[in-house]
Design a protein around this ligand. Sequence first.
Ligand code: NAD
Ligand code: TYD
Length: 360
Amino acid sequence: MQNVLVTGGAGFIGSNFVRYLLKVEPEVRIVNLDALTYAGSSENLKDLPDPGRHVFIHGNICDRNLVADLLRRYQIDTVVHFAAESHVDRSILGPGQFVQTNVVGTFTLLEVVRQFWLIERALPLASVRFHHVSTDEVFGSLEPHEPAWTERTPYAPNSPYAASKAASDHLVRAYGHTYGLPYLITNCSNNYGPYQFPEKLIPLTILNALEGRPLPVYGDGGQVRDWLYVEDHCEAIWMVLRQGTLGETYNMGGDNQPTNLTVVQMLCDILDQRLPDSAYMPHRSLIRFVEDRPGHDRRYAMDTTKIRRELGWRPRQSLESGLLKTVAWYLNHLEWVTAIRNQPGYQAWLEINYASREAQ
Ligand code: NAD
Ligand code: TYD
């Protein structure tokens, strides 16, 4: 793995992955292809370690000619595919873009690597890898008594986001089965940490709390998610890419299942400790229960036995330590916060998503 194409590397997880890889792998060169949608920003790529081994390309994964040219020009032997529309609430309000990027975009990448790696045999087949980054949301929703999802659990996606990710996973698998594409798929639980766009629960809560704004909790707040610190996810992806069995999928998760309300309360308590002179103490007083998300999945839980047993991976951060690090990062990067929140469309999104939600 020498020349790695990272798609979506200006987004939350992608930019953390670029940073991680430059830090741990001194030989790797990275080509970072990102369309810089609302969720991507060059702000996420400032101060990279060893930036001479990173090339940023502003472009779309649906642009077949561009992707083909990049593969050829940079002799790409590894693709790590993050680029996606990733926010469930946006998928409910506008599913079309999710089908375009997540399904058509993934299909376009697959077609280009098939041509370059499998038809032209431009590089030794043993040296190439397509790593598809997916989510636990493809599995649907668990009842309280049901066991955590394993790699063998059938897909049952509920939101347009989850359905579009499931479709892309199926395409990757089919390219492996039909054309012999050397691929790996990882299904990960909810991520959090530095550089997460503040439309997602954890950064939204931190930033609203700092300004004394309401902390919106959908429904009764009893929905359960599994949270993984983003750097633990990056390490797991790289481990699977190097040591995983080709053609297999790996579940990843943080081994915690708090309710959303618990997560919001934990963040409030951390802020109380960090900012004892805040005008908004106790921050829990800002919590507001608002109208639920349509079709809201109740519970996610990942069985991570396979990656632990086969590869020896385990998360380094607990939910407590990861949240402490995350709050500290946001408090220390307020200039990043300002730049991101001033991007066109962010305030409009808050208005669209929250103004019409009746308080519960
Ligand atoms: P994100 O929304 O923060 O970033 C997505 C990036 O993709 C952005 O930089 C955006 O500009 C780029 N992008 C979007 N459409 C593109 C296109 N057509 N061409 C090129 N670039 C495009 O997402 P994220 O949270 O970093 O998630 C990254 C990947 O990880 C996604 O595939 C997502 O499904 C998956 N995932 C996310 C989580 C999570 O909790 N965030 C959990 C599991 C899996
Ligand atoms: P989110 O961060 O959007 O991730 P996902 O939908 O991919 O799991 O949401 C995490 C959980 O938090 C989810 O159950 C929805 C809930 N949530 C709220 O209660 N309030 C909010 O303002 C947001 C954005 C999410």
